[in-house]
Design a protein around this ligand. Structure first.
Ligand SMILES: *Cc1c(COP(=O)(O)O)cnc(C)c1O
Length: 401
């Protein structure tokens, strides 16, 4: 089995190793939940102080122009575009993932007749939004397990929402294979952006949404983003018309005319503090070589999986074996997964639990070392072999996202 000495040589040769010190991670913990809430970049703490004191405190309303707050949704969107293989005017930052999804699913479904399709085992909000869209438009709502989604992309489906990477099992869909079936799909990239390679144009993607507070390290409740392929923008309308989506918001006309491009999917005044925190997280990720990110994600996974196979055979790895068929987290099924995760958190190894029986560990290449994974798996083994999880405290509240 790989020794601690060996993995330390991997860290010494890791081209991404210097990123770790750019995050304000506390001592004494190993953070394996960056896929739920990304860690705090030091630059974000610094920038927030400047934004609050200078831009808001001193600049006041002048900062909308002087600091270009007004274009932040487009500017940050253009940066995210580079991470997902989109053009700079195809992405905008707004709202939460749920609201962005509602906007795109409504817009897509209005262009065609037919049912609304969702994955029954997707992250619940996606199903909730899709169900409500079907109800509002008087359409049939279809929900099928993730494994059956390809066959369900039938000609009588108006629009489907599909998670590229599954939040629980980490399984990754074959994006070009599904887009090639001709049904209009809104892809949810929440567990993909910053985690796996994306090339939306190459893969024929028309519509997508994604999350800002996971791998992009945008901070709790960071705004989300939405993508609309340029050829489609003029033919789609947001279901939430608002003055920021108007062609000329500062004409203050009560006659609505949507902005010509992606800006039509904005509604109200953008949440500037959240946007600027997200921008700093995205800037940091753009500094990293994408090929190095994906390669390290794969190696962190391989180390985690190999050690668990040997040390904890009672934890069943439910993640896809093939790197191209999974995201950047590793998941294990066990009937006592909740207690196991609690015992690990008490020991400073922070992963999370997902119903009904999944212990999930995010493998974020910017913040984790190979030594972290080695030590974390050592702690998992200790908890499993000593049955320490039986004593895990259940008094505290649930581990949320
Ligand atoms: C994290 C996640 C979301 C988050 O939705 P919010 O509205 O931003 O809270 C949505 N969908 C999926 C698939 C997710 O993983």
């Amino acid at each position: 089995m790989t020794t601690l000495q060996e993995v330390r040589t991997w860290d010494a040769a890791d081209p991404l190793a210097s990123f770790r010190q750019r995050f304000a991670l506390p001592e004494g913990i190993i953070y394996l939940d960056g896929n739920s809430l990304g860690a705090l970049p030091r630059a974000t703490a610094e920038r927030m102080r400047t934004v609050i004191d200078r831009e808001w405190g001193e600049g006041l309303v002048r900062s909308w122009n002087d600091r270009d707050w007004v274009n932040a949704p487009q500017r940050v969107g253009a940066k995210i575009a580079k991470l997902i293989g989109a053009r700079s005017d195809e992405v905008i930052v707004a709202d939460s993932t749920s609201v962005c999804l509602f906007k795109l699913l409504m817009a897509a479904a209005e262009t065609r007749d037919g049912a609304i399709l969702a994955e029954s085992d997707n992250f619940p909000t996606d199903a909730h939004v899709a169900g409500r869209v079907a109800q509002l438009l008087g359409r049939e709502y279809r929900s099928v397990p993730r494994a059956e989604i390809a066959e369900a992309l039938a000609p009588d489906v108006a629009a489907a929402v599909i998670a590229h990477v599954d939040y629980r099992s980490g399984s990754r869909h074959d994006m070009p294979a599904l887009t090639g079936r001709g049904t209009r799909i809104v892809w949810d990239l929440s567990h993909s952006v910053g985690a796996v390679p994306l090339d939306l144009h190459r893969d024929g993607v028309e519509l997508a949404v994604g999350c800002g507070y996971k791998y992009l390290n945008g901070g709790p409740g960071a705004p989300a983003f939405l993508y609309v392929a340029d050829g489609l923008q003029a033919s789609l309308q947001s279901p939430i018309a608002g003055w920021f989506g108007h062609a000329a918001p500062f004409d203050f006309s009560t006659r609505f005319e949507p902005a010509p491009g992606i800006g039509r999917f904005l509604s109200g005044t953008p949440a500037v503090l959240g946007l600027l925190a997200l921008e700093t997280g995205v800037d940091l990720m753009l500094e990293a070589d994408p090929a190095a990110l994906w390669a390290k994600s794969g190696r962190l996974y391989d180390l985690f999986a190999a050690r668990m196979r040997t040390l904890c055979p009672m934890l069943r790895n439910i993640t896809a074996a093939q790197a191209a068929a999974r995201g950047s987290h590793i998941s294990f099924a066990h009937p006592n997964a909740l207690a196991i995760v609690r015992a690990l958190v008490e020991r400073g190894v922070i992963g999370d639990f997902r119903t009904p029986d999944v212990a999930r560990f995010g493998l974020t290449p910017l913040t984790l070392s190979f030594e972290d994974v080695w030590l974390a798996t050592e702690t998992v083994a200790e908890v499993m072999t000593s049955n320490a999880w039986r004593d895990a405290r259940f008094a505290s509240g649930g581990i949320v996202t």
